[in-house]
Design a protein around this ligand. Structure first.
Ligand code: XMP
Length: 521
């Protein structure tokens, strides 16, 4: 148990808890760099801090970080990487609905030990057909189970023979026959198929694939040694992947308050699409718009809540207590807070609205506590210290720019003057609105140049893998928690004490008066 020490008088005069600090600064809206957190007595080592967070009943993350539902940030690759690290990705909606369903399926079916529908080939196909399929579908593997027309296993086509020189040969001539293929009966897998497969691979040197069959020898799954090893390693990691009860990675998807040709909320379309997402196993939907305190968003949340009573719903974005109460009343479980703080946002400049993020978070978090909903701090985060500050008033953060330069973000790497970049654009930029996100900003479906964009198109320096970026961020969050003597995020929220920072204080906070040789990361 962390020791709770009462600060002495001079501490409490200068460093105040949220309830005192923010109301005392009520005439000035503050953001991350305007404040700093006071350190506290600690018997907590950063590495021992726990980062798990609950956003709704049945939606628990192992780290409080979510990747934005933006078309240059989160598709299945990003969502998989986020969930494997214990967080969550929200798949954007700037794509046809069918494609969003496939993206969600990709996440939900990723490395769950048993591949239930392995890619199969037929004995009368040619090796050349298999090579063409690998090329077309961009498969990263070349060993396939061979099944007959009734789905019964007849052998295994090993990657060793999937070569252009054998292109004209039939699979039946090249396969390893059924009698030599290692299999396990589905019913023998038991409660822990990974442990069962792990034992099998140890006992059978050189065998990397275990096929699963039923009593009639129908193929019903495939377990690979590399998946087993990855999952076994994950079990020892401090922050486990975020998974559902069936051991599938968690995945979120954004939806908009879609309107029909008459400008009315298209309830049927929204329900059909979310129904299909739920069938694919989506864990949470986010009704994502620039103005969450609106009839369209409220009605969308209500329609979804009525139809899917147990589905976790995120809604936003908002910056007022009244808006939080409104969305919570409609049935949302978690509310996105942030209007205009994002690195590619121009909402504040274009529309003259929005509130600096720490003040917005404070105001919204107090309403959220009363309504028992979670707050997600969305936008404006550029460093791990911002996340620590945001987490003193929220249950998780949503980041776009921080992940947009990662390998796992959609889009190609661009080289400019020897430096590598990736495209990053606001969902309210012309280009993104043209690609479909106009509804999010209450703009017509096919925006012309006359419509005011609320975001820009930009570049982010390529920054490697999500694993690497998250390792840096998590290290920073844990460090901040250690400084505040907080073993978990609840304690961080309870213990945080704030003070204002002057422009000179801000300069002091960054490296200064030195020639920098290496940046911190
Ligand atoms: P960061 O700072 O992480 O912000 O890059 C990402 C968040 O910004 C929001 N967003 C926008 N806001 N115009 C806006 O005013 C836009 O075009 C835009 N696109 C995204 C969104 O909340 C995202 O998570």
């Amino acid at each position: 148990m962390a020791a709770t020490r009462q600060p002495d008088n001079s501490d409490s005069q200068f460093y105040q808890p949220a309830e005192q600090f923010f109301p005392a600064n009520s005439r000035l809206a503050l953001t991350f760099d305007d404040i700093t957190l006071a350190t506290l007595y600690s018997d907590i080592l950063p590495r021992d801090t726990q980062l798990d967070t609950t956003l709704a009943e049945g939606l628990r993350l192992n780290i409080p970080v979510i990747s934005s539902d933006m078309d240059t940030v989160t598709e299945s690759r990003m969502a998989i990487a986020m969930a494997l690290n214990g967080g969550l990705g929200l798949i954007h909606y700037n794509m046809p609905e069918r494609q969003q369903l496939s993206e969600v399926s990709r996440v939900k079916n990723h490395v769950h030990g048993l591949i239930q529908e392995p890619i199969q080939v037929a004995p009368d196909q040619l090796i050349g057909d298999v090579l063409a399929m690998i090329e077309q579908k961009k498969f990263g593997f070349s060993t396939f189970p061979v099944v007959d027309k009734k789905g019964r296993l007849v052998g295994l086509l090993s990657g060793h023979v999937v070569k252009p020189r054998y292109a004209k040969k039939k699979i039946s001539e090249a396969l390893t026959p059924r009698s030599q293929v290692h299999t396990v009966k589905e019913k023998e897998l038991g409660k822990d198929p990974i442990a069962r497969a792990d034992k099998f691979f140890t006992e059978h040197i050189g065998i990397h694939k275990l096929l699963v069959v039923d009593d009639q020898d129908h193929l019903c799954g495939l377990i690979t040694m590399s998946d087993v090893e990855r999952i076994t390693q994950e079990r020892n990691a401090q922050f486990k992947p975020a998974r559902d009860a069936r051991f599938h990675l968690l995945c979120g998807a954004a939806v908009s308050a879609t309107r029909n040709a008459f400008g009315e909320l298209d309830r049927e379309r929204i329900l059909n699409h979310v129904g299909a997402l739920v069938e694919r196993g989506v864990d949470v939907v986010a009704v994502s718009t620039a103005h969450g305190h609106s009839k369209g968003v409220g009605d969308t949340v209500k329609v979804l809540r009525d139809e899917f009573p147990k589905l976790p719903i995120i809604a936003g974005n908002v910056t007022s207590a009244e808006a939080v109460e409104f969305l919570a009343g409609c049935g949302a479980n978690a509310i996105k807070v942030g209007q205009g703080p994002g690195s590619i946002c121009t909402t504040r400049i274009v529309a003259g609205v929005g509130i600096p993020q720490m003040t917005a978070l404070y105001v919204c978090s107090r309403a959220a506590a009363k309504k028992k909903v979670a707050i997600l701090a969305d936008g404006g985060i550029t460093k791990s210290g911002d996340i620590v500050k945001a987490l003193t008033l929220s249950q998780a953060v949503i980041c776009g720019g921080i992940f947009a330069g990662c390998n796992e973000a959609p889009g190609e790497v661009i080289e400019i003057s020897g430096k590598l970049y990736k495209q990053y654009r606001g969902m309210g930029s012309f280009a993104a609105m043209k690609a479909g996100s106009a509804a999010r900003y209450g703009q017509p479906k096919n925006p012309t140049q006359k419509v005011a964009a609320e975001g820009i198109e930009a570049l982010k320096e390529a920054c490697g893998s999500v694993d690497r970026v998250l390792a840096q961020l998590i290290g920073g969050i844990q460090s901040g928690m250690g400084y505040l003597g907080s073993a978990n995020l609840t304690q961080l929220r309870e213990k945080a004490r704030y003070t204002r920072v002057s422009p000179a204080g801000m300069r002091e906070a960054a490296p200064h008066d030195v020639v920098e040789l290496k940046t911190g990361n």
